[in-house]
Design a protein around this ligand. Structure first.
Ligand code: TMP
Length: 210
């Protein structure tokens, strides 16, 4: 079963992914959706990529510009972090899905296709990610790059990728990833992330046919 699931033509039931540009509000919505699930007594698990594991921690240092690596190395690291996140025998989210938990994840392989393709090329990044299953639901929180940019400039530390022109190119890469992967059977929603947070959560909630 596990081996059969290692393929991006396979949909992982119960797996929900939130995607968006930096500042779109994916982390806020992941927390809000998990809270709503807990209130409704759904077994669920909220998580994010990069993870809080050793590879994710290393990635955070690269994003904060404390460590410098080749762009392709960063693409490998995101894929390795994802591999642990999915398949770790103890804590892997595949185990959660198998137990019929709903898993809500702030970013997934669409982020790699959108961000790492900038410098490493779409085909290379796809080749690193093609053995990961796709989520049952993917929600894209749409916020214009100009507004995202305003939101993130309010933050103290500036990370990699947080430049307006770069964010516009990331958006194009997201569109490419969605048009190629969504037709494989993902339930896909675009939601207007400029609406009030609670309204965005309501729209996501009514879309999830759980
Ligand atoms: P966030 O925690 O604020 O969402 O930041 C994570 C950053 O990492 C964000 O700029 C997107 C980036 N990222 C990638 O470049 N590739 C990936 O595969 C993932 C999951 C995130």
């Amino acid at each position: 079963m596990e081996e059969e699931t290692r393929d991006s033509t396979v949909i992982l039931p119960g797996f929900i992914v939130l995607e968006g540009l930096d500042g779109a509000g994916t982390t806020t919505q992941m927390k809000r959706v998990v809270e709503k699930m807990q209130l409704s007594s759904y077994p669920c698990f909220g998580t994010c990529e990069p993870t809080e594991g050793p590879i994710g921690t290393l990635i955070r240092q690269i994003l904060a510009k404390k460590i410098d690596v080749e762009p392709s190395t960063l693409a490998y690291l995101f894929a390795s972090d994802r591999n642990e996140h999915l398949w770790s025998r103890e804590k892997g989210l595949f185990n959660h899905c198998r137990r019929k938990d709903l898993v809500v994840c702030d970013r997934y392989l669409f982020s790699s296709l959108a961000y790492q393709s900038l410098e490493s090329g779409y085909d290379f990044v796809y080749s690193l990610n093609k053995r990961f299953p796709l989520p049952e639901w993917c929600i894209f929180i749409e916020v214009p790059p100009e507004i995202c940019h305003k939101r993130i400039t309010l933050r103290k530390e500036k990370e990699l990728f947080e430049d307006l022109e770069i964010q516009k190119r990331i958006l194009d890469n997201y569109e490419r990833a969605f048009s190629s992967l969504v037709p494989r059977g993902i339930k896909f929603l675009r939601v207007d992330g400029t609406l009030p947070e609670a309204r965005v959560t309501e729209m996501i909630w009514s879309f999830l046919d759980i």
